[in-house]
Write a protein that binds this ligand. Structure first.
Ligand code: GDP
Ligand code: MG
Length: 762
C-alpha cells in the first residue's frame, strides 16, 4: 500500500485559500488547533483522492518569524516536511503573492502553484503567460478559479503528481555578495542538515533570523566567522541583511512579471476603482461607513419588523425569547419535573438556574446570526478592508497607524483573535496600545447585553443597538489619540501599506460558513461555560443566610419564626429599599456579596446589587451578564401560573421595571450607562488571558485592565450625570465632577500632538 500523501495549502491571506480548501475537500474536514497556539488548523481528505491529506496553513505573506501565523506555517513546513506544497496565488495581485512563493520554493519541497482568481483576470482582459511563469519559478502552474471551481481538480492532481515524483529547485539566485555569504554559511553551519533544506536555512542565517539561530545553536567561533561574511555583504550592498534579501526578492519578481503579466487598457479605471472613488472618498467615506453600519444594526438588532422597523433579527429574537426566556420553557420544564416528583431544589436548579440562564443567552442567537451574516458579507465583498484604509487616513493625523484598526475589525467576532491580530504591528508601543483598546469593540458575546438593553428598555430602538458599535469605535479612536499623546505611547506611526482587494460579489458558501462558525462557537459556549456558571449563579442566588440560618432563602422566608417583621426591617435597611419590596433573594449569597460592591456603580446610575452581580460575573464570559439576569429574574416566575397569565409578566419587563425603580425613574439612562460600562470595561477572563500573553508582562496587563475599567467608568459616569440634565434629577456634585472629567478628556483629546523626536537611523 502507498503511504498517505500529505499536501500543504499555503498562500497569502485573502488569496482564496479557504474557498479552494473547501472545494478540494468538501465536507471532509477536521478542524483543530496548531499545537500550543490558538491558530486554527484545518485538515481534510482530497475529494479526487481520499488517500491524500490536505493541510490548510495559516494565511501568510512570508516565512519570516514575525507573526504567529508565519511561525506556525514555517515550523510545519520545515519539521513535518509535507510531500508537496500547493501554493495558492492571487493572480490579480501577483507581485505581493509571489514574494511568498520565492520563499516556498527554497524549502526543498515540491511546489505546485494554483494561480487563482483567473476569472477576474480574464474579465479584466488581462493575460498571464503561464508557461513562462512556470519556467521561471521552476514549478508547475495551474490556472484556477476557486470560486467557480474551474481548474481546481487539475490543481489537486498536479499537486499529487508533484508529491509523488516532483522536485522544485529555486530558480532565483541572489546578488554576488549574498550568494558568496550563503555559500560560506552552507559550508560551515548547515552541511549536516538535510540537503534540500540547506539553502533555506542558510538564507535564514544570513537574515539573522533569531528562531533559526537559536535552533541551530552555532558555536560562537563559527558564528563570528559567518557574521564577517554577512557584514561584508551588508557593507557592499549598503543595507542590512534582512532588507537585502527582501529587496532582491522584489526586484526579481518585478523583473519576472514584466514579461509575464500583460494588462489590458492600462490607465482605465476598473469597476472596483470606480466604486472606491465614492466609498473611500475623503468626505463621503465616513458618512457611508456610518450609514452602512447603521443598516447592519438596523437589520439585525433594531426595531422589529413586527413593530414597523426592518430588523429581522429582533423579530426572531423576540420570538425565541418568548419561548426560551419566557414562561414556556421554565414553567413547562417545572411542570414536567414536578410531575416526576423531583426534589424542589432540583426543579429550581434546572428550571430557574440552567434553563433560565442558558435560555436567556440562546434567545439572542437569531439577532447574532443576522448580525454576523451582514458582517461576513461586508468582509467577503471587500468593504471591511476599505474601513481599515479609511481609518488609517484619520488615525495618521494623530500619529496612529491604521494597522491598529485591523485587530479591531477582527474583534467584532471575538476579542481574543482581535488581540492576537495585533501581532502584525511591529512598533512595540502601537502594538501595546492596540492590545489595550481592541476589546472595546462589541464582540459576539456582548451582543446579548446590547439586545437586552435595547429591547427591554428602549423598545428595540435601532439607535441604541447601533450606538453600541460606534461607542466601541469611538472608544478606540479616542483612547488611541489620548494615549498617543502620553510619554508611554508617543512615537511616529509605522508605515501602513495595504492592498485593497478588488470588490466582488460575495460567495454565499464562504459567507454562510463564516456566519455559522461564529454563531456555532457562541452556541457551544452557551452549552458549556454558561451552563456551569449558571449552576453557580443559581446556587448563589438561591442559598443564603436568613436571620442566622443558612439554607434555601425561599424556604426560610416561608417561616415566620425566622423572618420576623424586625428582620424584614433590617434587610430593607441594608438593601436601601422599602420593607414591602424585600424579597428572599435579598438574603442570597450573591446579594450579600454584590450589595457592598454596588457602591462603585452608584455614581453611574446602576448601583443596585443585581446589575452589579451581572457586571462582575461578566468577567467569566460576557454572555454571563444576560444569563445572570435570566436567573435573577426567573425567580419571580414562582408567583404561579395564574398571576403570570394575568399580567403577562416577562423577564425583560421586570428588568426594565427594576432599572426604573433603583434609578429613581431614569431606567433608560441608567440602562444605557450600564450597557456602556459593560461594553468598555475589562473583557472576559479568556480575553484577559490573551492580553497577558500578548503583552508578555504582568505590569502591562494590569495597566490595560485598569485603563479599560477606568475609561468605562468615566464614560458611563459622564453619560449618567450629564444625561440627567435632560432626564431630570441632577446631582450638583456629580454634575460638576462629570464636567471636570469631560473637560480633562477633551483637553487630552484636542491638545496639539507633539511630534515625536525623530528616531535617528543608526
Ligand atoms: P483566504 O483568506 O485565503 O482563506 O481567502 P478566501 O477563500 O476567504 O477568499 C477571499 C475572497 O476571495 C472571498 O470573498 C472569495 O469569495 C474570493 N475568491 C476566492 N477565490 C476566488 C476566485 O477564484 N475568483 C473570485 N472572483 N473570487 C474569489
Ligand atoms: Mg481563510
Amino acid at each position: 500500500m502507498d503511504k498517505q500523501l500529505r499536501i500543504a495549502l499555503a498562500g497569502n491571506p485573502n488569496s482564496g485559500k479557504t474557498t479552494l480548501f473547501n472545494k478540494l475537500t468538501g465536507s471532509n474536514q477536521f478542524v483543530g488547533n496548531w499545537p500550543g497556539v490558538t491558530v486554527e488548523k484545518k485538515e481534510g481528505k482530497l475529494i479526487v483522492d481520499r488517500e491524500v491529506i490536505l493541510t490548510d496553513l495559516p494565511g501568510i505573506y512570508s516565512l519570516s518569524p514575525y507573526t504567529l501565523e508565519e511561525v506556525v506555517a514555517r515550523n510545519y513546513l520545515i519539521e513535518e516536511k509535507p510531500d508537496a506544497i500547493l501554493n495558492i496565488v492571487d493572480a490579480t495581485n501577483l507581485e505581493r503573492n509571489l514574494y511568498l512563493t520565492t520563499q516556498l520554493t527554497e524549502l526543498g519541497i515540491p511546489v505546485v502553484i494554483a494561480l487563482n482568481m483567473m476569472d477576474l483576470v480574464k474579465k479584466a482582459g488581462d493575460v498571464v503567460n503561464v508557461k513562462e511563469l512556470s519556467r521561471q519559478l521552476g514549478c508547475p502552474v495551474v490556472e484556477i478559479s476557486a470560486l467557480k471551481g474551474d481548474g481546481v481538480a487539475d490543481a489537486a492532481k498536479a499537486a499529487i503528481e508533484a508529491a509523488k515524483h516532483g522536485k522544485t529547485l529555486p530558480q532565483h539566485s541572489f546578488s554576488g555578495p549574498v550568494e558568496h555569504a550563503l555559500a560560506h554559511i552552507e559550508e560551515v553551519t548547515v552541511h549536516n542538515l538535510p540537503e534540500e533544506q540547506q539553502r533555506w536555512y542558510a538564507i535564514k542565517v544570513f537574515e539573522r533570523d533569531e528562531k533559526v539561530l537559536e535552533q541551530l545553536n552555532i558555536p560562537a567561533g563559527v558564528r563570528a566567522h559567518i557574521e564577517q561574511d554577512i557584514a561584508a555583504a551588508e557593507k557592499e550592498l549598503d543595507d542590512d541583511a534582512e532588507s537585502i534579501i527582501t529587496n532582491e526578492r522584489y526586484v526579481y519578481i518585478g523583473n519576472m512579471l514584466k514579461g509575464i503579466y500583460k494588462k489590458k487598457g492600462k490607465g482605465q479605471l476598473s469597476t472596483s476603482d470606480k466604486i472606491d472613488k465614492v466609498v473611500t472618498n475623503r468626505i463621503l467615506a465616513l458618512p457611508i461607513f456610518v450609514v452602512v453600519m447603521f443598516l447592519v444594526y438596523a437589520l439585525a438588532m433594531g426595531t422589529s419588523i413586527a413593530d414597523g422597523g426592518i430588523a429581522i433579527g429582533t423579530f426572531l429574537t423576540d420570538w425565541t425569547n418568548d419561548v426560551l426566556g419566557g414562561a414556556w420553557l421554565q414553567d413547562g420544564s417545572r411542570a414536567i419535573l414536578e410531575g416526576w416528583g423531583a426534589a424542589p431544589w432540583l426543579v429550581g436548579l434546572i428550571s430557574d438556574g440552567i434553563l433560565a440562564g442558558v435560555g436567556a443567552v440562546l434567545g439572542f442567537v437569531p439577532q447574532m446570526l443576522v448580525l454576523f451574516l451582514m458582517l461576513c458579507l461586508l468582509e467577503d465583498c471587500g468593504y471591511m478592508a476599505r474601513i481599515a484604509f479609511i481609518m488609517d487616513r484619520i488615525f495618521r493625523r494623530f500619529g496612529l497607524s491604521g494597522k491598529s484598526f485591523i485587530p479591531m475589525l477582527v474583534g467584532t467576532g471575538c476579542g481574543i483573535p482581535g488581540v492576537m491580530a495585533s501581532r502584525t504591528i511591529e512598533n512595540e508601543r502601537d502594538r501595546r496600545m492596540t492590545i489595550m483598546t481592541t476589546t472595546f469593540m462589541p464582540c459576539g458575546a456582548k451582543m446579548p447585553i446590547i439586545g437586552l438593553i435595547a429591547g427591554a428598555l428602549f423598545g428595540g430602538s435601532t439607535w441604541v443597538a447601533t450606538s453600541a458599535y460606534f461607542i466601541g469605535v469611538a472608544a478606540i479612536v479616542i483612547s488611541g489619540i489620548m494615549l498617543k499623546k502620553t510619554k508611554m505611547f508617543a512615537g511616529d506611526p509605522a508605515p501602513f501599506v495595504m492592498e485593497l482587494p478588488a470588490y466582488h460579489l460575495p460567495a454565499w458558501g464562504n459567507v454562510l460558513r463564516g456566519t455559522w462558525e461564529r454563531g456555532w462557537s457562541f452556541i457551544k459556549r452557551a452549552g458549556t461555560v454558561i451552563v456551569v456558571s449558571s449552576i453557580v449563579i443559581w446556587f448563589l442566588t438561591s442559598f443564603g443566610s436568613v436571620n442566622g440560618q443558612f439554607g434555601m432563602v425561599d424556604d426560610l422566608y416561608e417561616d415566620d419564626a425566622v423572618v420576623t417583621d424586625e428582620y424584614i426591617a433590617v434587610v430593607a435597611d441594608r438593601m436601601g429599599i422599602p420593607e414591602d419590596e424585600v424579597e428572599p433573594m435579598d438574603d442570597s449569597i450573591l446579594a450579600r456579596v454584590a450589595q457592598p460592591v454596588s457602591v462603585v456603580f452608584k455614581p453611574l446610575g446602576f448601583g443596585d446589587w443585581k446589575p452589579t452581580a451581572a457586571t462582575v460575573t461578566g468577567l467569566v464570559a460576557k454572555e454571563e451578564v444576560v444569563a445572570n439576569f435570566g436567573i435573577m429574574y426567573a425567580y419571580d416566575d414562582q408567583e404561579g401560573e395564574e398571576e403570570l397569565e394575568e399580567n403577562g409578566d416577562q423577564i425583560w419587563d421586570r428588568v426594565a421595571e427594576d432599572f426604573n425603580a433603583f434609578s429613581g425613574g431614569h431606567g433608560q439612562l441608567a440602562a444605557f450607562a450600564f450597557m456602556i460600562f459593560n461594553l468598555l470595561c475589562a473583557p472576559c477572563f479568556a480575553a484577559i488571558g490573551a492580553i497577558k500573553r500578548e503583552m508578555n508582562s504582568r505590569k502591562w496587563t494590569w495597566f490595560a485592565i485598569a485603563y479599560q475599567c477606568g475609561f468605562a467608568w468615566v464614560i458611563a459616569f459622564i453619560v449618567w450625570q450629564l444625561g440627567r440634565l435632560f432626564a431630570g434629577g441632577v446631582n450638583a456634585i456629580g454634575l460638576i465632577v462629570a464636567l471636570v472629567l469631560l473637560a480633562l478628556l477633551l483637553w487630552q483629546l484636542f491638545k496639539p500632538y507633539k511630534e515625536a523626536q525623530k528616531l535617528t537611523v543608526k
